[in-house]
Structures are given as C-alpha cells and as structure tokens.
Design a protein around this ligand. Structure first.
Ligand code: NAD
Length: 441
C-alpha cells in the first residue's frame, strides 16, 4: 500500500521503518525541515537503539522517502498515520491543534480515498471531532473523496521502540466504519502473518480509550509500588522482595513494580493528566489517578529530603545526578525526574552536575548552568553527594569503591535501587535507596 507518516518523531519514524519493513511504500513527512534534512542525510533526529538500521533498510529498499510537503506525502496515499505531538496544556488536557491541522490539510490535499489514522495519543472522541473537521473542510473546498478516520494507538516504549513495533503485544484498531478498520488491518497483515499477535477491533472511542486506560494503569502500578516503598522505609521492610512476592501472583505480574523516583517521559505524565482532565470534563473525578500523580511528585521530594538529611543545608553543595534521560536507552528529557530534580536543587543554591551518556547535549541546551559529563567517574570527583536517576549501564557498572573514592562526602541516594545496600555501606558510604531497609543511626 501507499502510506504516509505525518510527524517523524519518536513514534512516526519507527512506524515508518516498520511499514517499509512490511513491504509498503512510505513517505515520512515532518514540518520541521531540520529533522527531514537530517533523515535525508542518513542521520536520525534523536537516539533510539536499532532505529538507524531499520530506517536505512527502508531507504535502501527504495520504499522509504522523506518530505516536508504534506501534499507530496498525501498524493495517491491509501493510509496516512498521524504521529504528531499532543503535548499537555497547562489545564491538564492535551493540545490537539497539531492533530486538527493535519485533518484540515488532509481534507484539502487528499487525491483519492484515504484512511487517516490517529496514532498520536488522543482523548476519546477526538476521532469523531476530526471526522467533523474533515467533512467541514471538504465541503469548503468542494472535495468529495472518502476520508475515513481510524484509531491505531501506539504502545511502543522509547529505548525498545523498534522491537515493540516489529513484535507488538497487540494491535488495536478502531474505526467508525468496518472498511476503514479492515484497510488498516491489511496494513499490518505482513507483520501479523510473521508474528501473529492479537488484533483488537473496536469502534473509534473504544480504541482511543484503550490507550489512555493502558498508560493510566501502568502509571498506577508505578505509583502504587512507590507508595508501598515509602511505607517499607518506615516499617523496615524491603520493597524489592515485597514486589517480587506480589508479582509472582499471575494476576499482578512482575512488570512495573520497581520502586524508584517515579515515572517521567513524554507519555505517562501527560496521559495521566489528560485522562484526569477528560474525566473532569464529563463530571467524573478520577481520584485514583490524581493520587497516582501526587505520589509521583512526592518521590522527587523524597530525594531532596534525603539530601537535606545528609547535607543539612543544600546551598553551595555540589550534587551529581547520575543520568538525565527519563530512562536508559533514550536521549528524551521530557518530564525526566532528573531534570525536575536539577531545577529544584539549583533553586536551592546547589551546584548541579549531570552525567548522561547520550542526552548530555540536550541537557546543556536546556540547563546551561549545569556542569555536564559523559565520563561517569569524572562526574563524581569531589562532589558532596550523588543521586542515581537513570539506570544506564555506565551507572550500574560503578562499584562501591568508585563512589567511596570519588565523592568528597560519601553520600549516595539511589533513586533506582541499583546497588546492593550492604556492599555500599560496607564501603563506608552513607547510602539510601527507595523502600529498602536502612541501618539505624
Ligand atoms: P515527537 O515530538 O517526537 O514527534 C512529533 C513530530 O511531529 C515532530 O517531529 C514534529 O515536528 C511533528 N509535527 C508536529 N506537527 C506537525 C504537522 N502539522 N505536520 C507534520 N509534522 C508535524 O512526539 P512522539 O514522542 O513521537 O509522540 C507523538 C505522539 O505519539 C504523541 O501523541 C505521544 O503521546 C504518542 N506516543 C508517544 C510514545 C513515545 O514513547 N514517545 C509512545 C506512544 C505514543
């Protein structure tokens, strides 16, 4: 099929690579000319393991090209995937202006029948509104092509996005009319033949809601175990073993039960807010999700409290944050806990250092006053404390002796429960983690 991917960001570019792998002709379109220039030069606009190879494979096979021109992308296009951003607005809801703009322009530019697919994460009923916008614009321009809106939410995780796209757990397809859903299913057929994952066929609103409910549930698991961890800290229990004991129950499962300084990234914080906002807009209070959000904020405060306990006054101290990206395997800093911590610490007069192996240039751009490191050992040297924020391999490879010999004060707050408490304390470190027993002072 002839496909277009509108928005070649973290979701769009992997989608484009996957579509090309499955034998479709793909045009990746983005209105950010610098991104398209980078792609045309054989580079990537962001870091994602394995993505360069997937994109190159599509380009070399002659199936994947790029453009900044939506008219070019939509010419003779059968299925267009909308992968533009839906960033959070101050009131909590997502900004759907980018999605709407694509709908408005597609109504004018489509050269034949088209299935316009929402891959961006959008609240329930966005598809219905989009279809109305398209009908209105078609009437204005005297266009009569059959443009159907479908929903196909994306569940990839940054850091493993290529694997997640090529071998998904499930494909969710929502549409108002069965033909649009079937067309979209046919796009996935080559992957389904090879990999055979379940396909959930639904109406538009249901498909949209599956995405929001999934992310909200995953965020709930994280905040739940973090709340349990805070209780473990007080009663002297070990959250790692609690989580293991819980997760062995098949109804609960092991995943997303790792206590730490909370979730971040471009999805969970924004999607939790958007779901709360959606509920409020229809007169429902989603109290559970409000608590999920509050616990997530609380986890960052816990780190600051621990540093204050150890350092007393923060002003003038030097603190190293180990990891800036919201998780390993990505250079994405959106809503990263480390970036929040850095800003809070700087506001308290702390000299902040950050180590990150791939995101450091973005850190420099966003926080020019931070001292930036790609050498993890250099980042520790003579600092007053270190905080583990992201479990990069370079961080996990540090030994207790590296901390003890490198740091000025032997203070480590492990926000990801990476290190063995006994070994760290045996090396003379004042080591705290999240929800694991501390020795009595
Ligand atoms: P991103 O910011 O990385 O990419 C969005 C791209 O869209 C950018 O390159 C931007 O230039 C482009 N764009 C914006 N308006 C455009 C327009 N009118 N025409 C053409 N291009 C336009 O965002 P992302 O992380 O890829 O997320 C995209 C959507 O997918 C969001 O709704 C997000 O919630 C959802 N999502 C993201 C992930 C993730 O892990 N990043 C996972 C699942 C779902």
């Amino acid at each position: 099929m002839r496909t277009a991917v509108i928005g070649t960001g973290h979701v769009g570019l992997v989608t484009a690579g996957g579509l090309a792998r499955w034998g479709h002709t793909v045009i990746g379109m983005d209105d950010d000319a610098s991104k398209i220039a980078k792609l045309e030069a054989g580079g990537l606009p962001f870091f994602e393991p394995g993505l360069n190879d997937l994109v190159n494979e599509g380009v070399e096979a002659g199936r994947l090209t790029f453009t900044t021109d939506l008219e070019v992308a939509l010419k003779d296009c059968d299925v267009a995937f909308v992968c533009v951003g839906t960033p959070g607005l101050p009131g909590g809801g997502p900004n759907l202006a980018y999605v709407e703009r694509v709908g408005v322009e597609a109504a004018r530019l489509a050269t034949g029948d088209l299935v316009l697919v929402e891959k961006s994460t959008v609240p329930a009923n966005t598809g219905v509104r989009l279809a109305q916008v398209i009908a209105r614009e078609q009437a204005r321009h005297g266009k009569t092509h059959n443009i159907q809106v479908a929903s196909n939410p994306e569940f990839l995780k940054e850091g493993t996005a290529v694997q997640d796209t090529l071998f998904p757990d499930r494909v969710v397809i929502g549409s108002a009319v069965p033909e649009a859903g079937e067309t979209l299913r046919a796009v996935y057929e080559p992957m389904l033949k090879e990999h055979g994952c379940p396909v959930v066929m639904a109406d538009l609103q249901t498909a949209e809601l599956i995405k929001h409910a999934s992310n909200a549930f995953l965020a709930t698991k994280i905040s739940f175990i973090n709340q349990v961890a805070l209780i473990c800290d007080e009663v002297g229990a070990d959250v790692t073993t609690v989580a293991q004991g819980m997760g062995l129950d098949e109804r609960i499962g092991q995943q997303f039960l790792r206590a730490g300084i909370g979730y971040g990234g471009s999805c969970f914080p924004k999607d939790v807010n958007a779901f709360i906002h959606l509920a409020q807009s229809i007169g429902e209070d989603f109290h559970i999700l409000e608590a999920v959000r509050d616990v997530n904020v609380r986890m960052r405060e816990v780190v600051i409290e621990r540093l204050r306990q150890e350092l007393w006054h923060l002003e003038g101290k030097t603190v190293t944050l180990l990891g800036a990206a919201f998780k390993p395997g990505t250079d994405d800093l959106r809503e990263a806990p480390a970036m929040h911590l850095a800003k809070t610490l700087m506001a308290a007069g702390v000299k902040v250092r950050i180590f990150d192996p791939v995101a450091i240039d973005h850190v420099k751009n966003q926080l020019p006053d931070v001292e930036c490191f790609t050498d993890v050992h250099a980042s520790l040297r003579d600092a007053d404390a270190a905080v583990v924020c992201t479990e990069w391999d370079e961080v996990k490879a540090l030994t207790p002796a590296d901390f003890a010999e490198g740091l000025g004060y032997p203070i480590v707050v492990d926000g990801r429960n990476v290190f063995d408490p006994e070994a760290m304390r045996a090396a003379g470190l004042r080591y705290t983690s999240i929800g694991r027993p501390k020795p009595k002072d």
